[in-house]
Design a binder for this molecule. Structure first.
Ligand SMILES: [Zn+2]
Length: 252
């Protein structure tokens, strides 16, 4: 028995499959990540529709016996041409899609993860280029929230003191916990490479952006050194969760 299904979908990846066909990976609001085959040669109109960053309504014909899915139509509502016209946007966008793919779409709620991803990609299409690093950092931390992996940064996990709002907190990637200034002095020399500082401004920024839609990110600016700290820790935590490197900051 075969059946048709409709999804709200974002194209994550498209790959050649054989001579004529393509294999597409979508992030859907209904079922998370799905893979489906796009049949047809270079003249097929669907081929230009099913392309990374495009978002819309997807129709899929499912064959449970063969365990295969075939794309029957894709009505694109968001084309996002700016993502292909700027290297910075394309790099940032590709990194976000890779993270979604590597974490199998998130985990807790498809709808929330889908909204976060598509709104961030949509904002990336229109935001000023200088705000792109903030937006990517926004996504990293909100994605960690989706994965249920936000670290406790307001309390030292070693001496249990509550850190002052202006105090620097050190996240130890080896111990996977936050430490106050007095608790790191002993291990500073042996584990220096695994310690990530986050100052008070950075922690407040994280707290704020977790409550905001991505379109509001330019309203909450963070100074360059603090943003760098928040970026580095966010990257470290995501890499640890995904078990693979995130190369975004290297390519800038
Ligand atoms: Zn402490």
């Amino acid at each position: 028995m075969s059946r048709s299904k409709t999804y709200r979908a974002l194209v994550l990846q498209v790959r050649q499959s054989g001579e004529q066909n393509r294999e597409a990976v979508f992030f859907t609001q209904e079922e998370g990540i799905i893979r489906a085959t796009l049949f047809g040669g270079p003249k097929s109109k669907l081929r230009s529709y099913v392309s990374s960053f495009h978002q819309g309504t997807l129709w899929v014909y499912e064959d449970p016996v063969r365990n295969s899915k075939k794309i029957t139509d894709f009505d694109v509502q968001f084309w996002r041409p700016a993502l292909r016209e700027s290297y910075a946007r394309l790099m940032a966008g590709s990194t976000l899609l890779e993270i979604v793919l590597a974490s199998q779409g998130g985990g807790s709620s498809w709808e929330e993860a889908f909204t976060l991803t598509t709104e961030t990609i949509e904002t990336l299409n229109t935001i000023s280029e200088q705000s792109i690093p903030s937006l990517v950092t926004y996504f990293f931390w909100n994605w960690l929230k989706q994965l249920g992996l936000l670290p406790e940064l307001d309390q030292c996990q070693h001496c249990a003191c509550t850190v002052r709002p202006d105090e620097v907190v050190w996240y130890s990637s080896l111990k996977q916990q936050a430490l106050c200034g007095s608790c790191i002095t002993g291990e500073e020399h042996t584990q220096k490479a695994g310690l990530f500082p986050v100052n008070g401004g950075g922690r407040r920024w994280i707290g704020r952006i977790l409550e905001l839609p991505p379109s509001q990110i330019e309203r909450y600016r963070l100074d360059e050194p603090s943003l760098r700290q928040v970026q580095q820790l966010g990257t470290e935590l995501l890499q640890h969760a995904l078990g693979e490197p995130i190369r975004y900051w290297e390519t800038l």
